[in-house]
Design a protein around this ligand. Structure first.
Ligand code: GDP
Ligand code: MG
Length: 436
Protein backbone atom coordinates (compact mmCIF):
# COMPACT_ATOMS: atom_id res chain seq x y z
CA UNK A 1 0.00 0.00 0.00
CA UNK A 2 2.72 2.45 0.79
CA UNK A 3 3.77 1.77 -2.82
CA UNK A 4 0.42 3.08 -3.92
CA UNK A 5 0.97 6.25 -1.91
CA UNK A 6 4.41 6.52 -3.27
CA UNK A 7 2.85 6.56 -6.70
CA UNK A 8 0.34 9.21 -5.79
CA UNK A 9 3.10 11.24 -4.29
CA UNK A 10 5.00 10.94 -7.54
CA UNK A 11 1.99 12.14 -9.43
CA UNK A 12 1.77 15.12 -7.14
CA UNK A 13 5.39 15.88 -7.58
CA UNK A 14 5.57 15.21 -11.26
CA UNK A 15 2.42 16.82 -12.46
CA UNK A 16 3.00 19.24 -15.26
CA UNK A 17 4.70 18.86 -18.58
CA UNK A 18 6.95 16.11 -19.92
CA UNK A 19 10.60 17.08 -19.85
CA UNK A 20 13.19 16.08 -22.41
CA UNK A 21 14.65 13.69 -19.84
CA UNK A 22 11.26 12.02 -19.23
CA UNK A 23 10.77 11.53 -22.93
CA UNK A 24 14.28 10.40 -23.80
CA UNK A 25 14.38 7.81 -21.05
CA UNK A 26 11.33 6.07 -22.46
CA UNK A 27 12.26 6.57 -26.10
CA UNK A 28 15.52 4.71 -25.57
CA UNK A 29 13.46 1.63 -24.63
CA UNK A 30 10.97 2.21 -27.42
CA UNK A 31 13.77 2.42 -29.96
CA UNK A 32 15.09 -0.97 -28.86
CA UNK A 33 11.62 -2.48 -28.82
CA UNK A 34 11.00 -1.35 -32.40
CA UNK A 35 14.34 -2.64 -33.66
CA UNK A 36 13.65 -5.94 -31.92
CA UNK A 37 10.32 -6.05 -33.71
CA UNK A 38 12.25 -5.75 -36.99
CA UNK A 39 11.13 -2.27 -37.84
CA UNK A 40 13.63 -0.90 -40.33
CA UNK A 41 16.21 1.29 -38.55
CA UNK A 42 15.59 4.29 -40.79
CA UNK A 43 11.90 4.08 -39.96
CA UNK A 44 12.68 3.76 -36.25
CA UNK A 45 14.79 6.86 -36.42
CA UNK A 46 12.18 9.06 -38.01
CA UNK A 47 9.45 7.64 -35.79
CA UNK A 48 11.37 8.37 -32.60
CA UNK A 49 12.11 11.91 -33.79
CA UNK A 50 8.44 12.47 -34.49
CA UNK A 51 7.34 11.19 -31.09
CA UNK A 52 9.97 13.25 -29.35
CA UNK A 53 8.71 16.43 -30.98
CA UNK A 54 5.18 15.62 -29.98
CA UNK A 55 5.91 14.47 -26.44
CA UNK A 56 8.32 17.02 -24.98
CA UNK A 57 6.26 19.66 -23.23
CA UNK A 58 3.11 17.56 -23.45
CA UNK A 59 0.87 17.78 -20.40
CA UNK A 60 1.00 14.72 -18.12
CA UNK A 61 -2.48 13.39 -17.45
CA UNK A 62 -3.21 13.19 -13.73
CA UNK A 63 -3.92 9.50 -14.03
CA UNK A 64 -0.48 8.64 -15.38
CA UNK A 65 3.12 9.00 -14.43
CA UNK A 66 5.44 10.59 -17.00
CA UNK A 67 6.74 7.29 -18.38
CA UNK A 68 3.21 6.03 -18.91
CA UNK A 69 2.31 9.29 -20.57
CA UNK A 70 5.18 8.94 -23.04
CA UNK A 71 4.21 5.36 -23.83
CA UNK A 72 0.67 6.48 -24.44
CA UNK A 73 1.91 9.02 -26.97
CA UNK A 74 4.17 6.41 -28.60
CA UNK A 75 1.23 4.05 -28.92
CA UNK A 76 -1.00 6.71 -30.45
CA UNK A 77 1.67 7.72 -32.92
CA UNK A 78 2.21 4.08 -33.84
CA UNK A 79 -1.50 3.69 -34.54
CA UNK A 80 -1.40 6.81 -36.72
CA UNK A 81 1.56 5.42 -38.60
CA UNK A 82 -0.09 2.06 -39.14
CA UNK A 83 -3.14 3.81 -40.51
CA UNK A 84 -6.84 3.11 -40.36
CA UNK A 85 -8.09 -0.32 -41.39
CA UNK A 86 -8.85 -0.13 -45.08
CA UNK A 87 -11.51 -2.33 -46.64
CA UNK A 88 -11.04 -4.24 -49.83
CA UNK A 89 -12.16 -2.10 -52.76
CA UNK A 90 -14.80 -4.14 -54.54
CA UNK A 91 -16.57 -1.40 -56.42
CA UNK A 92 -17.14 -1.05 -60.14
CA UNK A 93 -18.33 -3.50 -62.76
CA UNK A 94 -18.16 -7.23 -62.08
CA UNK A 95 -16.07 -9.21 -61.89
CA UNK A 96 -13.85 -7.25 -59.56
CA UNK A 97 -10.27 -8.42 -59.75
CA UNK A 98 -7.83 -8.93 -56.90
CA UNK A 99 -4.24 -9.71 -57.90
CA UNK A 100 -2.00 -11.31 -55.30
CA UNK A 101 1.71 -10.58 -55.66
CA UNK A 102 4.78 -11.40 -53.60
CA UNK A 103 7.92 -13.47 -53.37
CA UNK A 104 7.84 -17.26 -53.33
CA UNK A 105 7.02 -18.69 -49.95
CA UNK A 106 5.47 -15.47 -48.68
CA UNK A 107 2.12 -17.21 -48.27
CA UNK A 108 0.50 -15.89 -51.44
CA UNK A 109 -1.35 -19.01 -52.51
CA UNK A 110 -2.56 -19.67 -48.98
CA UNK A 111 -3.73 -16.05 -48.63
CA UNK A 112 -5.50 -16.30 -52.00
CA UNK A 113 -7.58 -19.22 -50.77
CA UNK A 114 -8.22 -17.58 -47.39
CA UNK A 115 -9.41 -14.42 -49.09
CA UNK A 116 -11.64 -16.38 -51.45
CA UNK A 117 -13.23 -18.00 -48.44
CA UNK A 118 -13.94 -14.64 -46.82
CA UNK A 119 -15.35 -13.20 -50.04
CA UNK A 120 -17.60 -16.17 -50.54
CA UNK A 121 -18.93 -15.88 -47.00
CA UNK A 122 -19.81 -12.28 -47.89
CA UNK A 123 -21.97 -13.54 -50.70
CA UNK A 124 -19.57 -13.04 -53.61
CA UNK A 125 -19.36 -15.54 -56.46
CA UNK A 126 -15.65 -16.20 -56.52
CA UNK A 127 -13.26 -17.57 -59.13
CA UNK A 128 -9.62 -18.32 -58.37
CA UNK A 129 -7.03 -18.04 -61.15
CA UNK A 130 -3.82 -20.07 -61.00
CA UNK A 131 -1.44 -17.77 -62.85
CA UNK A 132 1.77 -19.56 -61.92
CA UNK A 133 2.44 -21.83 -64.89
CA UNK A 134 6.10 -22.40 -64.08
CA UNK A 135 5.51 -24.69 -61.17
CA UNK A 136 2.92 -27.42 -61.72
CA UNK A 137 2.91 -28.01 -57.98
CA UNK A 138 1.74 -24.43 -57.44
CA UNK A 139 -1.29 -24.95 -59.69
CA UNK A 140 -2.07 -28.22 -57.95
CA UNK A 141 -1.78 -26.50 -54.57
CA UNK A 142 -4.38 -23.88 -55.51
CA UNK A 143 -6.68 -26.53 -56.95
CA UNK A 144 -6.54 -28.50 -53.73
CA UNK A 145 -7.26 -25.39 -51.65
CA UNK A 146 -10.09 -24.43 -54.03
CA UNK A 147 -11.65 -27.84 -53.52
CA UNK A 148 -11.43 -27.46 -49.75
CA UNK A 149 -13.38 -24.23 -49.78
CA UNK A 150 -15.64 -25.14 -52.69
CA UNK A 151 -14.44 -22.43 -55.09
CA UNK A 152 -13.62 -23.01 -58.79
CA UNK A 153 -10.02 -22.63 -59.93
CA UNK A 154 -9.26 -21.52 -63.49
CA UNK A 155 -6.14 -23.14 -65.00
CA UNK A 156 -4.86 -23.67 -68.58
CA UNK A 157 -1.68 -25.57 -69.19
CA UNK A 158 0.92 -23.81 -71.30
CA UNK A 159 -0.88 -20.45 -71.37
CA UNK A 160 1.15 -17.39 -70.33
CA UNK A 161 -0.18 -15.60 -67.22
CA UNK A 162 -1.43 -12.39 -68.96
CA UNK A 163 -3.39 -14.43 -71.51
CA UNK A 164 -4.60 -16.77 -68.81
CA UNK A 165 -5.86 -13.86 -66.72
CA UNK A 166 -7.65 -12.37 -69.73
CA UNK A 167 -9.33 -15.70 -70.56
CA UNK A 168 -10.37 -16.18 -66.96
CA UNK A 169 -11.80 -12.67 -66.90
CA UNK A 170 -13.88 -13.34 -70.02
CA UNK A 171 -15.23 -16.53 -68.57
CA UNK A 172 -15.93 -14.88 -65.22
CA UNK A 173 -17.83 -12.08 -66.91
CA UNK A 174 -19.98 -14.51 -68.88
CA UNK A 175 -20.74 -16.76 -65.95
CA UNK A 176 -21.69 -14.11 -63.43
CA UNK A 177 -18.62 -14.32 -61.21
CA UNK A 178 -18.44 -11.23 -58.98
CA UNK A 179 -14.90 -11.52 -57.62
CA UNK A 180 -11.83 -13.02 -59.22
CA UNK A 181 -8.62 -13.57 -57.27
CA UNK A 182 -5.43 -14.13 -59.27
CA UNK A 183 -2.60 -16.05 -57.63
CA UNK A 184 0.50 -14.94 -59.51
CA UNK A 185 3.94 -16.54 -59.66
CA UNK A 186 6.61 -15.60 -57.17
CA UNK A 187 10.40 -15.69 -57.39
CA UNK A 188 12.93 -16.21 -54.69
CA UNK A 189 14.04 -12.62 -55.19
CA UNK A 190 12.97 -9.44 -56.94
CA UNK A 191 13.56 -9.63 -60.69
CA UNK A 192 12.52 -7.81 -63.85
CA UNK A 193 10.85 -10.78 -65.53
CA UNK A 194 8.46 -11.13 -62.60
CA UNK A 195 7.63 -7.43 -62.54
CA UNK A 196 7.04 -7.31 -66.29
CA UNK A 197 4.69 -10.23 -66.03
CA UNK A 198 2.67 -8.53 -63.30
CA UNK A 199 2.50 -5.35 -65.38
CA UNK A 200 1.34 -7.35 -68.37
CA UNK A 201 -1.47 -8.97 -66.34
CA UNK A 202 -2.57 -5.55 -65.09
CA UNK A 203 -2.76 -4.33 -68.70
CA UNK A 204 -5.00 -7.22 -69.74
CA UNK A 205 -7.54 -7.19 -66.89
CA UNK A 206 -8.96 -4.27 -64.87
CA UNK A 207 -7.41 -4.83 -61.44
CA UNK A 208 -9.27 -3.45 -58.42
CA UNK A 209 -6.72 -4.48 -55.85
CA UNK A 210 -3.08 -5.50 -56.03
CA UNK A 211 -2.22 -7.04 -52.67
CA UNK A 212 1.39 -7.58 -51.74
CA UNK A 213 1.86 -10.62 -49.53
CA UNK A 214 4.85 -10.36 -47.23
CA UNK A 215 6.15 -12.90 -44.75
CA UNK A 216 6.32 -11.11 -41.39
CA UNK A 217 9.26 -13.33 -40.38
CA UNK A 218 11.71 -11.95 -42.94
CA UNK A 219 12.60 -8.93 -40.83
CA UNK A 220 14.14 -5.73 -42.10
CA UNK A 221 14.32 -7.08 -45.65
CA UNK A 222 10.54 -6.64 -45.92
CA UNK A 223 10.90 -2.94 -46.64
CA UNK A 224 13.26 -3.55 -49.55
CA UNK A 225 10.86 -6.08 -51.05
CA UNK A 226 7.86 -3.78 -50.71
CA UNK A 227 9.74 -0.94 -52.36
CA UNK A 228 10.73 -3.23 -55.21
CA UNK A 229 7.14 -4.21 -55.95
CA UNK A 230 5.83 -0.71 -55.43
CA UNK A 231 8.22 0.65 -58.04
CA UNK A 232 6.84 -1.74 -60.67
CA UNK A 233 3.15 -2.22 -59.91
CA UNK A 234 0.56 -0.07 -58.22
CA UNK A 235 0.12 -1.75 -54.85
CA UNK A 236 -3.19 -1.11 -53.11
CA UNK A 237 -2.78 -3.20 -50.00
CA UNK A 238 -0.59 -5.38 -47.87
CA UNK A 239 -1.15 -8.85 -46.45
CA UNK A 240 1.28 -9.67 -43.66
CA UNK A 241 1.51 -13.42 -43.16
CA UNK A 242 2.80 -15.82 -40.50
CA UNK A 243 1.84 -13.51 -37.67
CA UNK A 244 1.20 -16.63 -35.62
CA UNK A 245 4.99 -17.08 -35.40
CA UNK A 246 7.45 -15.16 -33.26
CA UNK A 247 7.38 -12.10 -35.41
CA UNK A 248 6.09 -8.94 -33.77
CA UNK A 249 5.14 -7.56 -37.15
CA UNK A 250 7.48 -4.58 -37.35
CA UNK A 251 7.55 -4.96 -41.14
CA UNK A 252 4.06 -3.51 -41.15
CA UNK A 253 5.24 -0.13 -39.88
CA UNK A 254 8.26 -0.06 -42.15
CA UNK A 255 6.20 -0.77 -45.24
CA UNK A 256 3.28 1.40 -44.31
CA UNK A 257 5.33 4.43 -43.37
CA UNK A 258 7.71 4.29 -46.34
CA UNK A 259 5.37 3.19 -49.13
CA UNK A 260 2.05 4.41 -47.74
CA UNK A 261 0.45 1.13 -48.83
CA UNK A 262 -2.35 0.31 -46.36
CA UNK A 263 -2.26 -2.94 -44.40
CA UNK A 264 -5.40 -4.96 -45.16
CA UNK A 265 -5.03 -8.43 -43.69
CA UNK A 266 -2.88 -10.45 -41.32
CA UNK A 267 -2.27 -14.14 -41.90
CA UNK A 268 -2.32 -15.96 -38.57
CA UNK A 269 -1.97 -19.61 -39.40
CA UNK A 270 -1.89 -22.31 -42.04
CA UNK A 271 -5.59 -23.04 -41.81
CA UNK A 272 -7.96 -21.42 -44.29
CA UNK A 273 -9.77 -19.42 -41.65
CA UNK A 274 -6.58 -17.77 -40.43
CA UNK A 275 -6.85 -14.41 -42.18
CA UNK A 276 -7.72 -11.45 -39.97
CA UNK A 277 -8.71 -7.95 -40.85
CA UNK A 278 -6.03 -5.56 -39.73
CA UNK A 279 -6.56 -3.79 -36.40
CA UNK A 280 -4.06 -0.96 -35.84
CA UNK A 281 -4.50 -0.85 -32.05
CA UNK A 282 -3.73 -4.50 -31.59
CA UNK A 283 -0.84 -4.51 -33.99
CA UNK A 284 0.66 -1.40 -32.38
CA UNK A 285 0.62 -3.06 -28.95
CA UNK A 286 2.21 -6.19 -30.37
CA UNK A 287 4.95 -4.28 -32.17
CA UNK A 288 5.77 -2.33 -29.03
CA UNK A 289 5.92 -5.66 -27.20
CA UNK A 290 4.89 -4.08 -23.94
CA UNK A 291 2.78 -6.92 -22.67
CA UNK A 292 -0.50 -5.28 -22.12
CA UNK A 293 1.11 -2.15 -20.71
CA UNK A 294 -1.08 -0.16 -23.03
CA UNK A 295 -4.19 -1.81 -21.62
CA UNK A 296 -2.96 -1.01 -18.13
CA UNK A 297 -2.47 2.64 -19.00
CA UNK A 298 -5.91 2.90 -20.53
CA UNK A 299 -7.51 1.25 -17.53
CA UNK A 300 -5.61 3.43 -15.08
CA UNK A 301 -6.86 6.48 -16.90
CA UNK A 302 -10.41 5.23 -16.99
CA UNK A 303 -10.45 4.31 -13.34
CA UNK A 304 -8.95 7.53 -12.17
CA UNK A 305 -11.47 10.04 -11.04
CA UNK A 306 -9.48 13.13 -11.70
CA UNK A 307 -11.55 15.52 -9.64
CA UNK A 308 -11.65 13.25 -6.62
CA UNK A 309 -7.92 12.88 -6.79
CA UNK A 310 -7.37 16.55 -6.95
CA UNK A 311 -9.57 17.08 -3.91
CA UNK A 312 -7.77 14.30 -2.13
CA UNK A 313 -4.40 15.78 -2.96
CA UNK A 314 -5.54 19.10 -1.56
CA UNK A 315 -6.65 17.47 1.65
CA UNK A 316 -3.48 15.45 1.90
CA UNK A 317 -1.40 18.56 1.70
CA UNK A 318 -3.59 20.30 4.21
CA UNK A 319 -2.86 17.43 6.58
CA UNK A 320 -6.51 16.37 6.50
CA UNK A 321 -5.95 12.98 4.95
CA UNK A 322 -8.22 10.42 6.61
CA UNK A 323 -8.72 6.69 6.60
CA UNK A 324 -11.75 7.45 4.46
CA UNK A 325 -9.37 8.66 1.74
CA UNK A 326 -7.34 5.56 2.31
CA UNK A 327 -10.44 3.48 1.56
CA UNK A 328 -11.06 5.55 -1.58
CA UNK A 329 -7.57 4.75 -2.79
CA UNK A 330 -8.24 1.07 -2.32
CA UNK A 331 -11.38 1.32 -4.40
CA UNK A 332 -9.44 2.90 -7.22
CA UNK A 333 -6.85 0.18 -7.21
CA UNK A 334 -9.64 -2.39 -7.30
CA UNK A 335 -11.31 -0.69 -10.25
CA UNK A 336 -8.22 -1.44 -12.28
CA UNK A 337 -8.94 -5.15 -12.01
CA UNK A 338 -7.44 -8.07 -10.12
CA UNK A 339 -3.97 -7.26 -8.82
CA UNK A 340 -2.48 -10.40 -10.34
CA UNK A 341 -3.64 -9.22 -13.73
CA UNK A 342 -2.26 -5.74 -13.20
CA UNK A 343 1.12 -7.14 -12.16
CA UNK A 344 1.11 -9.44 -15.18
CA UNK A 345 0.62 -6.52 -17.49
CA UNK A 346 3.82 -4.83 -16.43
CA UNK A 347 6.64 -5.45 -18.89
CA UNK A 348 10.17 -6.51 -17.94
CA UNK A 349 12.07 -3.40 -16.90
CA UNK A 350 9.12 -1.51 -15.54
CA UNK A 351 7.62 -4.36 -13.65
CA UNK A 352 10.87 -5.17 -11.84
CA UNK A 353 9.53 -4.10 -8.48
CA UNK A 354 6.18 -5.65 -9.23
CA UNK A 355 7.80 -8.95 -10.03
CA UNK A 356 8.97 -9.34 -6.43
CA UNK A 357 5.42 -9.05 -5.21
CA UNK A 358 3.38 -12.18 -4.89
CA UNK A 359 0.07 -11.11 -6.44
CA UNK A 360 -1.90 -13.50 -4.28
CA UNK A 361 -0.29 -12.03 -1.13
CA UNK A 362 -0.87 -8.48 -2.28
CA UNK A 363 -4.47 -9.26 -3.09
CA UNK A 364 -4.99 -10.77 0.36
CA UNK A 365 -3.47 -7.76 2.05
CA UNK A 366 -5.60 -5.42 0.03
CA UNK A 367 -8.73 -7.32 1.06
CA UNK A 368 -7.61 -7.33 4.71
CA UNK A 369 -6.99 -3.61 4.71
CA UNK A 370 -10.33 -2.94 3.16
CA UNK A 371 -12.11 -5.17 5.64
CA UNK A 372 -10.45 -3.37 8.53
CA UNK A 373 -11.47 0.06 7.28
CA UNK A 374 -14.98 -1.17 6.60
CA UNK A 375 -15.27 -2.33 10.20
CA UNK A 376 -14.53 1.15 11.52
CA UNK A 377 -17.19 3.69 12.28
CA UNK A 378 -17.23 6.89 10.29
CA UNK A 379 -16.02 8.77 13.33
CA UNK A 380 -13.08 6.40 13.72
CA UNK A 381 -12.11 6.77 10.09
CA UNK A 382 -12.09 10.53 10.43
CA UNK A 383 -10.25 10.50 13.70
CA UNK A 384 -8.01 7.48 14.30
CA UNK A 385 -7.10 8.90 17.73
CA UNK A 386 -10.32 7.32 18.93
CA UNK A 387 -8.90 3.88 18.23
CA UNK A 388 -8.09 2.60 21.72
CA UNK A 389 -7.35 -1.02 22.52
CA UNK A 390 -10.95 -2.14 22.89
CA UNK A 391 -12.02 -0.48 19.64
CA UNK A 392 -9.09 -2.14 17.89
CA UNK A 393 -10.17 -5.53 19.23
CA UNK A 394 -13.71 -4.91 18.02
CA UNK A 395 -12.49 -3.94 14.56
CA UNK A 396 -10.20 -6.96 14.34
CA UNK A 397 -12.96 -9.39 15.15
CA UNK A 398 -15.43 -7.53 12.94
CA UNK A 399 -13.08 -7.74 9.96
CA UNK A 400 -11.83 -11.24 10.64
CA UNK A 401 -8.27 -10.03 11.17
CA UNK A 402 -5.83 -9.83 14.07
CA UNK A 403 -5.31 -6.82 16.32
CA UNK A 404 -1.77 -6.81 14.91
CA UNK A 405 -3.16 -6.25 11.41
CA UNK A 406 -5.22 -3.34 12.69
CA UNK A 407 -2.20 -1.89 14.48
CA UNK A 408 -0.08 -2.19 11.38
CA UNK A 409 -2.61 -0.39 9.24
CA UNK A 410 -2.93 2.45 11.71
CA UNK A 411 0.83 2.76 11.93
CA UNK A 412 1.07 2.90 8.15
CA UNK A 413 -1.60 5.51 8.04
CA UNK A 414 0.14 7.66 10.66
CA UNK A 415 3.39 7.50 8.73
CA UNK A 416 1.64 8.62 5.60
CA UNK A 417 -0.03 11.44 7.43
CA UNK A 418 3.29 12.57 8.86
CA UNK A 419 4.76 12.45 5.42
CA UNK A 420 2.14 14.73 3.99
CA UNK A 421 2.59 17.18 6.83
CA UNK A 422 6.25 17.20 6.02
CA UNK A 423 5.52 17.83 2.35
CA UNK A 424 3.37 20.74 3.30
CA UNK A 425 6.06 22.25 5.54
CA UNK A 426 8.95 21.84 3.12
CA UNK A 427 7.10 22.17 -0.16
CA UNK A 428 8.33 18.70 -1.07
CA UNK A 429 12.04 19.33 -0.76
CA UNK A 430 14.20 16.59 0.64
CA UNK A 431 11.45 14.06 0.39
CA UNK A 432 12.78 11.34 -1.85
CA UNK A 433 14.99 10.30 1.06
CA UNK A 434 11.97 9.43 3.13
CA UNK A 435 10.95 6.87 0.54
CA UNK A 436 14.39 5.32 0.40
P1 GDP B 1 3.54 -18.69 -51.83
O1 GDP B 1 4.78 -19.31 -52.41
O2 GDP B 1 3.71 -17.23 -51.61
O3 GDP B 1 2.34 -19.01 -52.62
O4 GDP B 1 3.36 -19.32 -50.37
P2 GDP B 1 2.37 -20.45 -49.87
O5 GDP B 1 0.96 -19.93 -49.79
O6 GDP B 1 2.58 -21.70 -50.65
O7 GDP B 1 2.87 -20.62 -48.38
C1 GDP B 1 4.17 -21.05 -48.06
C2 GDP B 1 4.13 -21.77 -46.72
O8 GDP B 1 3.78 -20.87 -45.70
C3 GDP B 1 3.08 -22.86 -46.66
O9 GDP B 1 3.62 -23.94 -45.96
C4 GDP B 1 1.93 -22.26 -45.89
O10 GDP B 1 1.18 -23.22 -45.19
C5 GDP B 1 2.66 -21.35 -44.96
N1 GDP B 1 1.85 -20.21 -44.54
C6 GDP B 1 1.22 -19.29 -45.32
N2 GDP B 1 0.60 -18.36 -44.57
C7 GDP B 1 0.82 -18.69 -43.28
C8 GDP B 1 0.47 -18.10 -42.00
O11 GDP B 1 -0.20 -17.07 -41.89
N3 GDP B 1 0.92 -18.75 -40.90
C9 GDP B 1 1.68 -19.89 -40.98
N4 GDP B 1 2.08 -20.45 -39.84
N5 GDP B 1 2.05 -20.45 -42.14
C10 GDP B 1 1.63 -19.86 -43.28
MG1 MG C 1 2.18 -19.95 -54.44
Amino acid sequence: LSGRFNEIFQQLRRRGKLSEADVDAVLREVRLALLEADVHYSVVKSFVTRVRERAVGHEVSKALNPAQQVIKIVHEELINTLGEPDRLNLSGPKPRVVMMVGLQGAGKTTATAKLAKILRSQGERVLLVAADPYRPAAVKQLQTLGQQIGVDVYTREGVKPPDLAAQAFDMAQKSGVSAMVIDTAGRSQLDDALMQELQAIARRVPVNETLLTVDSMIGQEALHIAEGFRDSVKLTGLVLTKMDGDSRGGAAISIRSVTGVPIKYLGTGEGLDALESFDPRRLASRILGMGDMIGLIERAEAAFDQQATQDQAQRMLAGQFTLEDFAQQLKQVKKMGPLSQILDMMPGGMGQAARNIDPADAEKQLKRTEAIINSMTVAERKNPDLLNASRRRRIASGSGTDVQDVNRLIKQFRETQRLFKHIKKTGGRGLPRLFG
